[in-house]
Design a protein around this ligand. Sequence first.
Ligand SMILES: [Zn+2]
Length: 185
Amino acid sequence: MVVSKDGPVNLGTVLPAAMGKIRRVSAIPTLWHGIQFRSRLEARWAAFFTELKIPWEYEPAELEWYVPDFIIGFKRRRLLVEIKPTEEDFEYAKHKIKHSGWDGDALIAVSGQTREWGLMLDGDTPWDAAMLGYCLKCKTPTIVSVGGRWECRSCDGGNRDIWWAFDCSEAWNMAGNATQWRART
Ligand SMILES: [Zn+2]
């Protein structure tokens, strides 16, 4: 419950932009490999992508009213990535991406503990679950929408070229360890 000067406010009626500001407050800036991330969770995703050898750029572009967290430079189809701590943030993230002017594919990522990282916009396919696979043809990880094109984002590999049992949990845990807070000695 949030209380304003006019009395209690139902958060469900607050504009999405205002909700974003409220959530930002709890983020802890985190330095990792010389880059200042807005939150420890973003730093963890950067470490995770690096562990998986997925090429990423942090806050590389300014769109309409919106700076995406990451853009992944897959060779055939780039991917905008927005990092969110919980699935409750999906609607706000979709709203921001929709109005940003970005016309490519997008991922709202919540956790790398399993192959299902979050929600994905893939070409003309509506938002659907995102899934990680490993392309045996070009030997790189790739991410698809379950309801979209099951194709590698880096080469012309299709469904049969991609190994769908790729386990990323160890890389996720390593990324967590690499970006946790440590006292300076
Ligand atoms: Zn490939």
